[in-house]
Write a protein that binds this ligand. Structure first.
Ligand code: HEM
Length: 85
């Protein structure tokens, strides 16, 4: 996921910038058990879905760039969809 999410620790055979790709179902419900807030990515640093997407790099870089090219309306639709999972 690139140098931004690299924490310098290895786990099993995963290298330091490598993370398990999480399932996104239940994403919209996760705030219910976290005081109404998001704590996304492996260390909870992303406080919104948009922030989590914008922290994608490495193998996720292209998706981030595609997201950045969307209109505000398209971004909102995508986020609404992700929250419905
Ligand atoms: C439109 C496409 C994508 C969307 C909307 C998306 C969305 C997200 C979101 C919301 C998270 C945070 C989930 C959580 O913390 O529970 C996440 C994490 C992650 N995504 Fe994506 N993602 C996309 C594409 C990709 C691609 C193409 C890759 C890799 C090839 C990828 C790899 C990952 C990984 C490894 C994490 C976990 C990173 C960490 O824990 O630090 N994602 N993604």
């Amino acid at each position: 996921m690139g140098p931004g999410l690299d924490d310098g620790y290895t786990e099993g055979s995963a290298k330091t910038p490598e993370w398990r790709t999480p399932p996104l179902w239940g994403l919209g419900l996760s705030t219910n058990s976290q005081g109404g807030q998001y704590f996304l990515l492996h260390d909870g640093r992303a406080k919104s879905i948009e922030e989590a997407i914008l922290l994608h790099a490495g193998e996720g870089q292209q998706r981030k760039e595609r997201f950045q090219q969307l209109s505000v309306q398209e971004k909102n639709s995508l986020i609404k969809f992700l929250q419905s999972l």
